[in-house]
Design a binder for this molecule. Structure first.
Ligand code: ADP
Length: 323
């Protein structure tokens, strides 16, 4: 291996820059050339590629987003598009690829790696924490902290007005942000795709809270077709219980932004170094994860189809703590 390519793809996540920095420096440390590919698979196909030196990744560890930009790329979903991507790698003399991205990006990496027998190692870069085989993904902890900050502020106004706030958070089809955000903010309930509350069950936990010492309620809802999002949940509650003063807040893209927290910087740094080591060891078609503090290599097909469980113990914790 003389040259490693690196790209970020799909949704951006805080800590991606720390990962780019770690991959770049770990490769240079081993005497391997690094080529940065801009705009994910799109830039790979069109050839937006630049050689990186150590100074190209200076002062980026603290920055949110990704200096390599990211994109979604329909062409890469087709065999013709992937062939163009492969030809570009050959032309640029890139011998292995590190892909930093979520579920979709690693699915693409897996298809590509199998199709051309080409070494690709993935890093879990997504705020959703929905990749199996790693305790946390790069960006998840920062996003969770952003949610906690925002919901704490909403609590002030909710308790001043005795209101019920429904707050929608990201997560796609995974409830980690909603469930753990709810636990961390003392919210009364979380509506997550993994475990849908019926409206009665939901209202009983809220009214229980209101009857005791609480004068406000907050419910976190994971954005998802299954939950119906915050609007869906709010409408359900308003229909059944028109007396409640229900307000909806959708946190949206602030959840993706901001400087990565220490945890994200550290796991991104560790995973980035391990990605280079994995390539040198001859690994391919794997995602680097961290389980119980240990670095693990997870085959792509397990990482992406894993249905990572949110954990019954955390669901119980919320139920116990919101009485
Ligand atoms: P994320 O990585 O954040 O989950 P997406 O789901 O949007 O983001 O995927 C990012 C890109 O990965 C897509 O735009 C596409 O180019 C590529 N991709 C996703 N799924 C596949 C697939 N099954 N085959 C090939 N490429 C894919």
């Amino acid at each position: 291996i003389n040259c490693i390519g690196i790209l970020t793809s799909g949704g951006d996540a805080p800590g991606m820059n720390a990962a780019i920095r770690a991959v770049t420096r770990a490769a240079l440390y081993e005497g391997i050339k690094v080529k940065a590919i801009y705009r994910g698979y799109k830039g790979l196909i069109s050839g937006e590629i630049k050689e990186f030196h150590t100074e190209d990744v200076s002062n980026i560890i603290l920055r949110g987003g990704t200096i390599l930009k990211t994109a979604r790329c329909q062409e890469f979903v087709t065999p013709e598009g992937r062939k163009m991507a492969y030809d570009r790698l050959v032309e640029e003399e890139i011998d292995a690829l590190v892909v930093i991205g979520g579920d979709g990006s690693l699915s693409g990496a897996s298809v590509f790696s199998n199709e051309f027998n080409y070494p690709v190692v993935g890093l879990p870069g997504t705020i959703d924490n929905d990749l199996y085989g790693t305790d946390i993904t790069i960006g998840y902890t920062t996003a969770l902290n952003t949610i906690v900050d925002a919901v704490d502020k909403i609590r002030d106004t909710a308790s001043s007005h005795d209101r019920l706030f429904i707050v929608e958070v990201m997560g796609r089809d995974a409830g980690f942000l909603a469930l753990n955000g709810a636990i961390a903010t003392g919210a009364e309930a979380a509506v997550i795709p993994e475990c849908k509350y019926g409206p009665d069950q939901l209202m009983s936990s809220i009214s229980h809270g209101l009857r005791s010492t609480k004068n406000s309620s907050i419910i976190l809802v994971a954005e998802s077709e299954i939950t119906g999002g915050a609007m869906g949940v709010a409408n359900l509650i308003k229909d059944r219980y028109p007396d409640y003063d229900v307000r909806v807040t959708i946190l949206g893209h602030i959840q993706r932004g901001g400087s990565p927290c220490a945890t994200d910087r550290i796991i991104a740094s560790q995973m980035g170094i391990e990605a280079v080591r994995a390539i040198l060891e001859g690994q391919r078609n794997v995602m680097v994860g961290i389980m119980n503090g240990e670095v693990v290599y997870v085959p792509f097909d397990r990482a992406i189809k894993g249905n990572k469980p949110v954990g019954d113990n955390m669901l119980n914790a919320l139920a116990i703590l919101s009485i």
